[in-house]
Design a protein around this ligand. Structure first.
Ligand code: FES
Ligand SMILES: [Fe+2]
Length: 383
């Protein structure tokens, strides 16, 4: 079927800005794994929708704030992640767990703020929600309920799985030259692995491209004039997130470290979750370890990707745990780069004159998302 997505959705900067506002300004999006924030003063810095954001453990409470000091606008934190109090390095202002300026060195001698000015010295803060050990952020002043966006059996399973994440975690970052939607579409395309990953992951996991007749039929019904209620709009959104057991892994290797960590589930299956729009969590070891992929749109043709590797909680410390995580990076990067390579090539092929994409019935998930996405972008629905 002819896709309704115009090429502009992948290449046009003004489209991108509108998308940032209409979609990313309203949805709950992943920001950091709690494992990186468990210590007092631990923080993670990510740039989301052009905003420099810090999520930080401030006296045991997780706070998300814009990384801009209220004095002379210096960043308060300057690393991607770390453990450091909420103190601005420029003139030493410190902030409390609600974002208010706490101690201002030489306040009376040098600043002489009025009581009203003093009260206004608060960082710009954002709503956050802790879901298992995953921290989500919402940039809206008046966010939708978290469970209006995420609620399915698969999502609940992911919460349980994330509760098992260990505190030792490895982080890497990539910069991709492609639109973020190519990534989520690729993740919902079970046919590509046999071509793109034929000598890597497809050897162990036989992803099947099957047609869900009901969903495919629904995806093809498109009537822009038909009005859906806001409840329908949110129900559709909820249906884009979920997952769990994906495909069996009959030749799952057994490693010594498996006995030292807790396992999610008992079955030798590849686990795969998608949290729309930009979070992917999978386990290629059938529940002993996980990869968390977070895609942050930077511009129409650029996406930042943060990847975290973590095992299940350690039952006891073992000396090779860092090496186990490093081995995960090695294995995963090969597969990730196979995807990056093809997506960057697709991106460079898209022009304003590109013909419409011709999607097949097996791509019903992407077709359903496309309908929902365009109803948001074209103003037929909103949050
Ligand atoms: S800019 Fe932050 S204390 Fe001066
Ligand atoms: Fe892939």
């Amino acid at each position: 079927m002819k896709s309704l997505m115009p090429p502009e959705a992948y290449i046009d900067e003004s489209w991108f800005l509108r998308e940032q506002k209409l979609l990313f300004g309203n949805i709950w999006q992943f920001i950091a794994p709690y494992s990186l924030l468990s210590k007092t003063n631990a923080f993670v810095r990510r740039r989301v929708s052009g905003i420099d954001i810090i999520v930080q453990n401030a006296s045991g409470q997780i706070i998300a704030y814009e990384n801009v000091c209220r004095h002379r606008l210096s960043p308060i934190q300057n690393e991607d992640q770390g453990v450091r109090a909420m103190v601005c390095p420029y003139h030493g202002w410190s902030y409390d767990e609600n974002g208010f300026a706490k101690v201002i060195p030489f306040e009376n001698e040098c600043y002489r703020f009025s009581a009203e000015e003093r009260m206004s010295l608060k960082l710009n803060t954002f709503h956050i929600y802790r879901f298992g050990s995953l921290i989500f952020i919402n940039l809206s002043d008046n966010p939708i309920n978290f469970y209006d966006q995420f609620d399915s059996n698969g999502v609940r399973e992911l919460k349980d799985a994330s509760d098992l994440f260990d505190s030792e975690i490895l982080v890497t970052k990539f910069r991709l030259k492609c639109n973020w939607k190519l990534i989520y579409e690729n993740l919902r395309d079970p046919l590509h692995p046999r071509f793109v990953h034929s000598s890597t992951i497809y050897r162990h996991v036989k992803f099947k491209a099957e047609v869900d007749e009901t969903a495919a039929a629904e995806a093809k019904l498109f009537d822009a004039s038909k009005s859906h209620s806001r409840d329908d709009f949110l129900a559709d959104l909820r249906s884009f997130s979920g997952g769990g057991k994906n495909e069996p892994m009959p030749d799952l290797p057994s490693y010594q470290w498996h006995q030292y960590v807790e396992r999610y589930g008992q079955d030798d299956w590849y686990l795969n979750w998608l949290m729309f729009p930009n979070l992917h969590i999978a386990s290629g070891s059938a529940g002993y370890s996980f990869i968390i992929e977070h895609h942050i749109p930077i511009s129409a043709a650029q996406t930042e990707m943060w990847v975290y590797y973590v095992t299940g909680k350690k039952k006891r410390k073992y000396p090779t745990s860092a090496a186990v995580l490093l081995a995960h990076i090695k294995g995963a990067e090969t597969v990730l780069r196979e995807d990056f390579d093809i997506m960057e090539k697709v991106q460079s092929a898209i022009t304003a004159n590109s013909p419409p994409q011709m999607t097949g019935d097996y791509e019903y998930q992407n077709m359903l998302i496309e309908k929902w996405y365009l109803s948001l972008m074209e103003g037929r629905h909103g949050f």
